[in-house]
Design a protein around this ligand. Sequence first.
Ligand code: SAM
Length: 244
Amino acid sequence: MNTQTHFGFEQVDEDDKARRVADVFDSVFRRYDLMNDLMSGGLHRLWKAFAVDRGGVREGSRVLDVAGGTGDLSLAFARRAGKSGQVWLTDINNAMLTRGRDRLTDKGVLLPVAQCDAENLPFPGNYFDCVSVAFGLRNMTRKERALAEMFRVLRPGGRLLALEFSRVWKPLAPLYDFYSFKIIPRIGNLVVRDEASYRYLAESIRVHPDQEALKTMMESAGFEKVEYFNLAMGVVALHRGFKL
Ligand code: SAM
């Protein structure tokens, strides 16, 4: 039997997960940004701004946005890295990436864009000052391999920012469960006509490593000084680690 992994609460062959994840984003990409605003009440903008603030990116920095999707982080980094910097928007999914590139172009920002799998990054080692992955890790089949790749492409002294849904403060869990299993799939149905993709979102959050487990995974990949910041009572956590 092939190695199994999670796709939300389902167990699937590792070889099938990427296709199932691709189906999700091929279905939702047109309304992806609107859904983020609706589901989070706009909070995702603050979470992303918080992450970017901890990136240490300045004029001339080289940044890799992994699983960058529609480009929110890339845009914010590009504004900091300036003309002498280099910010790459990358994603495995062509529809999300094209949407991201078009959004940025509409805002007058032209960035290098690459369609690639985080588990096999087409970049040299020791190159980037900062690598980011926002709400992407959860969807990856072999997270250890992806983290090892992010570590490889960072220069010594560089840092990884991993922004992801995490484990909410326990007293809030019943309310959060109700919201994410009962309300979010309905919003998905109304806005995108796709309830299943937003049920996958809720389920995939539950099977994703919690704050401490992700910290340990980052340390195993070689990152040092790993710390995390809980946002919105742990609904989301930003993990930051350095390649020293
Ligand atoms: N970073 C963006 C943001 O914060 O809005 C997009 C996040 S979106 C929830 C997750 C993204 O991860 C999707 O665009 C998906 O295509 C991408 N993704 C999933 N698996 C990936 C992989 N193995 N390599 C690169 N990107 C991947």
